[in-house]
Design a protein around this ligand. Structure first.
Ligand code: DON
Length: 303
């Protein structure tokens, strides 16, 4: 596959969509971002990385971090997590509270905010420092020591974090958090604030295309766990747009309100695209369009 030719064509195809949508206004530090950025990278299972546009420009990973916290917990703890969080699509926005009371404080899946808070809580119990555990993992897998927290983004989200605090306290009332709510929120905000480029994220997510083997060649997860994470990405990774994302793109994907989307072609490559204009469900407008174009051009989807 001539990745450069494909990426160049994808970039030309989606150029009219770059700048559409809106930045994540509920986190003021993200609201100020220039909407004109676009980058995309492909990490082949052979370890090579190809990119187009702003593919080496760092952006806020936000909810893409939930993929890695889930992987770290499943790697260290196996399947016991699923007693505390489900794996069904929610059909509701990523920060919705409405199902939690009906479902006794058990979030629908690990990618909505409620579920991700439970995963971070477990990672905190397992490591004693969930934020740093994730940062070290991402630095190693992206082979980039410049990957870092963004303190301005973390504190901006913390100052405007009433919705996540409500979710966390509500789950604590059902006994579904082991650590104090402020500790869980702090580590969750740190993990979301991490700054990485498309290049970094495509490499860091390589284990999902390599059946659990990381970009450094070490086995991070059994193959069946990589398969399961990809399955949850496909069904839940873009929230109440997961059906439309599967229809258009046909790949496991995980979005973030920083405008990034990580996507996986199992056995072939991991993709990351970034463009900060979001649709109403919090997914990058040009990012979804670029992945749609990529799978249309290559014929590579899981379907
Ligand atoms: O907790 C939040 O609301 C953000 N830190 C992350 C949300 C997010 O990225 C949703 N993804 N599209």
């Amino acid at each position: 596959m001539d990745y450069q030719a494909v990426l160049d064509e994808v970039a030309a195809t989606v150029a009219p969509q770059v700048g559409r949508g809106q930045a994540a206004g509920y986190i003021p530090a993200l609201a100020a971002v220039d909407l004109g950025g676009f980058g995309m990278a492909v990490a082949d299972v052979d370890g090579s990385v190809t990119g187009v546009g702003d593919w080496e420009v760092p952006f806020s990973v936000q909810s893409i971090s939930k993929t890695f916290s889930l992987a770290l917990v499943l790697a260290q703890d196996g399947e016991s997590l699923w007693r505390r969080v489900g794996r069904e699509p929610s059909g509701t926005p990523f920060n919705s509270l409405v199902q939690l009371e009906y479902e006794n404080g058990i979030p629908r899946n690990p990618f909505i905010n409620a579920g991700a808070l439970v995963v971070t809580d477990r990672l905190q119990s397992l490591t004693g420092d969930a934020g740093t555990a994730m940062l070290e993992f991402l630095r190693t897998q992206s082979d980039n020591t410049a990957v870092a927290f963004d303190p301005a983004v973390a504190s901006s989200e913390s100052e405007h974090g009433d919705r996540n605090a409500a979710l966390a306290h509500f789950m604590a009332s059902y006994g579904n958090l082991d650590n104090p709510v402020p500790t869980v929120l702090e580590h969750y905000f740190w993990q979301c604030s991490i700054s990485m480029s498309c290049r970094d994220l495509a490499l860091a997510g390589s284990f999902l295309a390599r059946h659990g083997v990381g970009s450094d060649g070490s086995r991070l997860l059994p193959a069946r766990e990589a398969k399961r994470i990809n399955a949850v990405m496909l069904t839940c990774g873009t929230y109440d747009a997961a059906g439309d994302f599967a229809y258009r793109v046909g790949l496991p994907g995980k979005s973030g309100v920083g405008g990034g989307i990580l996507a996986v072609v199992p056995g072939r490559c991991t993709l990351c695209v970034w463009s900060p204009g979001l649709d109403l469900r919090g997914n990058s407008v040009a990012g979804v369009a670029a992945l749609d174009a990529f799978t249309s051009l290559t014929g590579w989807s899981v379907f």
